[in-house]
Design a protein around this ligand. Sequence first.
Ligand code: ADP
Ligand code: MG
Length: 312
Amino acid sequence: KPKSIEDLSGVGQAVLNKLIDAGYSSLEAIAVASPQDLSVAAGIPLTTAQRIIKEARDALDIRFKTALEVKKERMNVRKITTSSQALDGLLGGGIETRTMTEFFGEFGSGKTQICHQISVNVQLPPEKGGLSGKAVYIDTEGTFRWERIEAMAKAAGLDPDTAMDNIYYMRAINSDHQIAIGDDLQEFIAKNPSVKVVIVDSVTSHFRAEYTGRENLAARQQKLNKHLHQLTRLAEIYDLAVIITNQVMARPDMFYGDPTVAVGGHTLYHVPGIRVQLKKSRGNKRIARIVDAPHLPEGEVVFAITEEGIRD
Ligand code: ADP
Ligand code: MG
């Protein structure tokens, strides 16, 4: 099965360039194109357009499925423990593979600590709530600390050096760099199939900082959406978990509104996945709440951030 447009059969470099120039740079874009549009835009025969559209749809498994098939697909989803039973319960058992999970909340609400914890816990054997896998950690804010990995790994009964060796870390310097890393991830993970979680902490900060002002909102959103869809595809193709974080200001006056809309952007609104809002509580306690997940009951749970990591 093709994993990107480069793999489509009978598509040489010339046609590939035409497709990309015409904006059909992903399997998704091709899968939902009309044969006529694609044929004209890329200057290829109609029959070729029809053929590659079909191939793209097959690759993405776009077809009618029975509900039973959908159920069976979902049963294959695997879960990574957060080290808090309450938080796992809220998430329906833990962080899911084939899914993008977003943690959003104010500064200090625990987003980065959860990312550290998952990059350790993914390494645990399945009977302890892991996937015996490795982690990719993309850090945009410079808040990754190996000391925290060491402490959490020890507390989880893992050898700290081995645990650190199983985390592929990259600092993203700006949004273009972040997107370029995203572009390269597919190849990286194809070569390193033991990677079972990809973390981007935070996914939004560079975009917010670089695209300021109303007039830049649309451009920002377009770039961010492309990046997010890329990550979603990774989750689906490689059966891995994707975790993103998103810092939003606490706005007590907006308590009843959607907190992400309140800070100027339907940031991650149109991308499927699970969204978890984090809030500070007393001391080391934090509150987690699921936001608009179709299959999970609404509710709040309390967890704690300790020296050993995330706990109940
Ligand atoms: P966010 O990423 O949402 O801004 P963090 O995940 O960085 O927030 O959480 C920061 C909080 O984590 C700190 O306020 C502190 O309470 C807690 N924390 C960080 N390191 C430790 C530690 N070594 N021991 C206990 N708690 C810690
Ligand atoms: Mg953080």
